[in-house]
Design a binder for this molecule. Structure first.
Ligand code: TGC
Ligand code: FAD
Length: 387
């Protein structure tokens, strides 16, 4: 956080290494990403391969994983990198999350030695891009209902089905695909050049436009026995990956919020209404104060959950507390900042509307706010209200 917004001195909770990682991520976001984002967002197209290689060179892909060329940094350092990257754009943080916390993590956690050494070094360098296919057209919040299936044909596997809303799908070299088998849900490492695999891009998105989102179509995709992730059995496999990516979002969403608030404060200081700067009005200061309080609380929560993750005690419902609160508050902050800029608030000349639009996706993906309310509700009452 910029010094003036860090009201409760969150910085005092960070190590020198964490501050250094944050500084490197902020420089990359400010110098490399931020200047191009209005254009990428408007065009709905990003130079993903180029950006992935640059992120890889800086160690940001799979940065919380160990071995295979990964940086092996702690969860708070990873979270702070997500925060700074999402301060530029949620779509950029999505690229980092899906690569490192979903596709790479699945292979790192559940893969064979052969799968790890084939994919992880190239993925951490950004030379190979991964995607993670869990959601289907009819099964988003309830992946247990998935229809994509894998059946045996001799020693091979044959995959059929489709996945929907898959980040990086059309540009991926490898897809981690979750499918139903006679043995329950299993994960498969699918090179996207395999015959029968295609990934048409989803167009006309009004949110997360600086990110590629695709359908995955699997039409008799034949894979060798070795394509299955040996150590993931049942839904706990993909859900274990989601904990990782949701953790990054807890920090990331606060980056988008901070960028909106910094923009609004700077704008209000310059904007003269009724002969005085907008910052001089009590109504404006009340808005700014309330938003800064929520921003500080959200970042404190993120750092606290990061410390629990460091100790290895972070539970899924605690991740839900962070994801639910921080994305919800980030959207509220983006919308309030938009009111301060009024008409200019809807312009692409400022980042606020882009963040607000992006955050609508962030509210939905990695578990909708309702799903996280139900996870927390279950932890509070002992009763599952999903079904
Ligand atoms: P349930 O019966 O509760 O559990 C099934 C098994 O999974 C285990 N489990 C978990 N394990 C690890 N982490 C978690 N968070 C877990 N939650 C549950 C559970 O212990 C059980 O294990 P076992 O061994 O007994 O089999 O499952 P359910 O079918 O009732 O579903 C629970 C629910 C609704 C919470 C879950 O399905 C869910 O989280 N739904 C939301 C789906 C979701 O978030 N999809 C995200 C797709 S990826 C994405 O959006 C990427 S966007 C990326 C970007 O661009 O940044
Ligand atoms: P639905 O499940 O149909 O939900 C519709 C509404 O019903 C929501 O409000 C929901 O909260 C509510 N609801 C659902 N169940 C209950 C219940 N039990 N009680 C009360 N209310 C309920 N998925 C991937 O697998 N990989 C990706 O890389 C990926 N990237 C994405 C990128 C973008 C830009 C977007 C928008 C989505 C992405 N997703 C990805 C999909 C995302 O995870 C799903 O959209 C999300 O899980 C919700 O599923 P759904 O859209 O089918 O909504």
């Amino acid at each position: 956080m910029g010094a003036s917004l860090d009201l409760v001195d969150v910085d005092s909770l960070l190590s020198v290494e964490e501050v250094d990682v944050r500084g490197a991520a902020r420089r990359f976001a400010d110098e490399r990403l931020r200047p191009s984002l209005p254009e990428w967002f408007e065009a709905g197209a990003i130079p993903a391969r180029e950006v992935a290689k640059e992120l890889g060179a800086l160690g940001f892909l799979g940065m919380h994983l160990t071995g295979y060329g990964c940086a092996g940094l702690g969860p708070v350092a990873y979270g702070l990198a997500c925060l700074e990257i999402e301060a530029a754009d949620s779509g950029m943080r999505s690229l980092v999350s899906v690569q490192g916390s979903l596709a790479m993590y699945a292979i790192w956690k559940y893969g064979s030695e052969e799968q790890k050494s084939e994919w992880l070094p190239r993925m951490s360098a950004g030379e190979a891009i991964g995607c993670f296919g869990l959601t289907e057209p009819d099964f988003g919040s309830n992946p247990a209902g998935m229809r994509t299936n894998a059946r045996r044909d001799g020693a091979d596997w044959i995959l059929n089905g489709s996945k929907m809303w898959i980040t990086n799908g059309s540009i991926a070299d490898v897809a981690v695909v979750w499918a139903r088998t006679d043995d329950g849900v299993r994960g498969f490492v699918v090179p996207t050049s395999t015959p029968g695999f295609s990934a048409p891009e989803i167009k006309q998105k009004m949110s997360l436009r600086a990110s590629v989102t695709s359908e995955l179509v699997l039409d008799d995709v034949r894979l060798p026995e070795s394509a299955m992730l040996p150590d993931a059995r049942g839904l706990s496999g993909p859900l274990g990956c989601l904990n990782e990516a949701r953790f990054g979002i807890i920090f990331g969403a606060m980056g988008a919020a901070r960028d909106c608030l910094e923009t609004a404060i700077a704008y209000a200081g310059e904007r003269i209404v009724f002969d005085k700067p907008l910052t001089a009005y009590q109504l404006t200061q009340a808005k700014l104060a309330d938003m800064a309080v929520e921003l500080n609380k959200g970042i404190l929560l993120a750092v606290h959950l990061g410390r629990l993750k460091e100790k290895g005690t972070l539970r899924p419902e605690q991740v839900s507390v962070g994801k639910l609160n921080n994305v919800r508050e980030a959207i509220a902050i983006a919308r309030e900042c938009r009111t301060i800029l009024a008409a200019n608030g809807i312009s692409g000349e400022y980042p606020i509307m882009r963040h607000a639009n992006n955050l609508e996706s962030v509210l939905t993906y990695e578990g909708t706010s309702e799903v996280h309310q139900l996870v927390i509700g279950q932890a509070l009452t002992g009763q599952s209200a999903f079904r």
